[in-house]
Design a protein. Structure first.
Length: 301
């Protein structure tokens, strides 16, 4: 039952054991991870194309993704709002523009086009000879190996993490409140509760959640997980500037795992350098937790 969990967590753990001090190699690693994400999403699109009567499943995909998005978002924001009431507003200089949020939105739209390209390509392939599941599994294992190396060499030391209670609090609240939202979403959709917990454990990491859930539950639910977490990221980009001044925990926490990479430029621009270590600690913990909890909950089925 836990063979799938082992096959995915093993390369992540192996990657985390590999030190890399060369900045040029780390740059190549970062580029490779980005390229692997595009490849795996393309393969996910091909898997979706192999689903019988795909058009009939589109309603299910959007219904599942939107229900989970609403439930998880409401639970996250409620928990983070309570944390902001206790901690108060962020103190520190505001940042300067680093990157346009519209450029980030266009990048996310490009990921959707990659999946669409996979769906179109899949129309011309024979599912009997093109073993997309096997290819996706090997590509996923390589991606997680590279991600493990990234996490090890991200510059975050255990001491830095443990000495940032705000970042730890944000990560803990996002973890727990996401599960509450996932359970509610599963109940509303009449899904197994462990599936709802798995959906809620993506923490905005759309490429990973879509891939893992597609591998375990099929491309229809995998696509729903992808849309759920991608939409969450897009909403975070739009909400961060409005939330940062009065509700900094909400601004950081709603971005979840992406707070250490994709939404970090928006966070820095809105909250200044004071928000950066908080965002990196929170995002680091959630990035590490996402594959572990997703696969653990999926293995319970």
């Amino acid at each position: 039952m836990y063979s799938g969990l082992l096959l995915v967590l093993l390369p992540l753990a192996l990657g985390y054991c590999i030190p890399c001090r060369s900045q040029s190699l780390l740059h190549v690693l970062n580029v490779s991870v980005a390229r692997m994400v595009y490849l795996i999403l393309f393969l996910m699109g091909i898997s979706l194309a192999f689903v019988d009567n795909l058009v009939a499943h589109l309603g299910t995909i959007f219904q599942v993704s939107l229900v989970f998005l609403a439930c998880i978002s409401a639970a996250n924001l409620a928990g983070l709002w309570l944390l902001d009431l206790r901690r108060g507003q962020l103190k520190g200089k505001r940042g300067v523009p680093v990157i346009s949020k519209w450029a980030l939105l266009l990048d996310s739209a490009g990921l959707c086009l990659v999946i669409l390209g996979g769906v179109i390509t899949g129309q011309f392939l024979d599912a009997d000879w093109f073993k997309v599941d096997t290819l996706s599994e090997w590509a996923l294992m390589l991606l997680l190996l590279l991600i493990g190396v990234q996490l090890r060499n991200s510059g975050m030391k255990l001491r830095q993490i443990l000495l940032n209670p705000w970042g730890l609090s944000i990560a803990f609240i996002v973890l727990v409140s996401s599960w509450a939202g996932g359970l509610l979403g599963a109940w509303l959709l009449d899904m197994p509760l462990n599936h709802g917990l798995a959906f809620s454990s993506g923490y905005g990491w759309y490429s990973l959640s879509g891939i893992l859930i597609s591998d375990q539950l099929g491309p229809v639910l995998g696509s729903a997980a992808f849309i759920n977490d991608l939409t969450r990221e897009l909403v975070a980009i739009m909400m961060i500037p409005a939330l940062m001044r009065r509700f900094p925990s909400c601004a950081v926490g709603y971005g979840a795992a992406t707070a250490m990479d994709f939404t970090l430029p928006v966070l820095q621009r809105s909250g200044g350098v004071a928000i950066v270590p908080i965002a990196i600690v929170s995002g680091f913990i959630l990035s590490l937790a996402a594959p572990i909890f997703m696969l653990t909950f999926l293995s319970l089925g």
